[in-house]
Design a binder for this molecule. Structure first.
Ligand code: GLY
Length: 361
């Protein structure tokens, strides 16, 4: 089992990563939390696969576990669903020493983290991410939120978990499209932060896709280590944490313009990353050979074609509503070489429109 530490002074926490490590969970939890009541938040896809097993293991170790299962999908990231979970927590007798455990992908982690941050002004929180995307990105770093009808993740907090438990075995049951969507975030770390991770992925891509055990553990551990470093340096995204939004500017706009029901998050991010490489190439911020390598690896993930009715105008309107927009300028995170990216505030709107149009055509 590998351990990565997120170093945030008194809010520091461990991330444990390994295959078939379930049996160690109760013991590791007890090193960071008192034995009390746990609200086990999961969804209708994941709970039937792993919920009973985790609930039984925690109960055997002395926890009082109350499961709370929400419907699978982005539609559960709402204040209404959060209110149902508060009710479940009250009925379960969860007090300030109680713990919210998130068992699922990004939606469950964000929703459960949001209620943990707000219920009784904050109770301890544990992440057990079951999608590749949640394992390498959303479960680490404390971004928790629900959606508002006018936009995604508009109501939330920075609220760090006490522990993150990454069981690699669960990726075996993950649908292939979900694995590839998570792999886009894995590639992202290589592009923006680590030439060596990027080359490992280039050299061993097939082994990574077939989830070769040692490589998978090595790659996921490296992604968590890179993210932990960024979060430790810039927890609240005042500076370099924004680099993690590489591909997300246009990615979010594509998701919003298609009403969050066409792309998986990672699929939209992949398109956003490929368009960002095009922007960097056209602005001569990135050497053509490096751009070629980036696009070649990204293409292996399978860029999802745009839906036929989607227009550039709709995507650009969604882009203007991006909550990360600084004043009237839309910042873009663009690669400048393999393993390094920067934030650029002056990318000509005509250029953005033109690379977008090429994708839509
Ligand atoms: N998903 C980007 C971040 O956690 O900052």
């Amino acid at each position: 089992m590998q351990t990565v530490q997120v170093k945030l002074a008194e809010r520091s926490y461990p991330i444990y990563i390994g295959k078939n490590i379930w049996s160690l969970l109760p013991q590791k939890l007890q090193t960071v939390l008192p034995l009390t009541t746990a609200l086990l938040v999961s969804d209708s896809n994941v709970y039937p696969l792993y919920g009973e097993k985790i609930s039984a293991a925690l109960t055997a170790a002395g926890w009082r576990v109350t499961p709370a299962v929400v419907p699978a999908g982005e539609g559960s990231k709402t204040l209404a669903r959060a209110e149902e979970l508060y009710t479940a927590a009250i009925k379960a007798g969860l007090d300030r020493s109680g713990t919210v455990v998130a068992l699922g992908g990004g939606v469950v982690g964000d929703l459960a983290g949001f209620i943990a941050a707000t219920y009784l002004r904050g109770v301890p929180f544990v992440q057990i991410p079951t999608s590749l995307l949640a394992q390498v990105d959303s479960s680490v770093g404390g971004k928790v939120a629900v959606n508002h009808p006018l936009g995604k993740n508009l109501i939330g907090a920075f609220y760090q978990p006490k522990l993150v438990w990454i069981e690699l075995e669960v990726l075996r049951t993950l649908p292939r499209a979900e694995f590839l969507a998570g792999a886009a975030e894995v590639v992202k770390y290589g592009v923006i932060l680590s030439e060596s991770l990027f080359s490992t992925l280039e050299r061993h891509w097939q082994d990574f896709l077939s989830q070769e055990e040692r490589l998978l553990a090595q790659v996921i551990t490296e992604c968590c280590r890179l993210k932990a470093e960024i979060v430790a340096a810039d927890e609240r995204e005042a500076g370099q944490r924004a680099l993690l939004n590489f591909g997300h500017t246009l990615g979010h706009a594509l998701e919003a313009a298609t009403h969050y029901d066409y792309y998986l998050h990672g699929e939209a991010v992949l398109v956003g990353m490929m368009l960002a490489v095009q922007l960097a190439l056209r602005q001569q911020l990135l050497a053509p050979a490096a751009g070629g390598r980036l696009l070649e690896l990204m293409a292996k993930l399978g860029m999802k074609p745009a839906p036929p009715a989607l227009t550039a105008a709709a995507v650009l309107t969604a882009l203007q509503q991006d909550k990360k927009r600084a004043g009237t300028k839309q910042p873009f995170i663009l690669p400048v070489k393999i393993g390094q990216a920067d934030i650029f505030a002056n990318i000509p709107p005509m250029l953005v429109s033109s690379v977008l149009q090429e994708y839509l055509n």
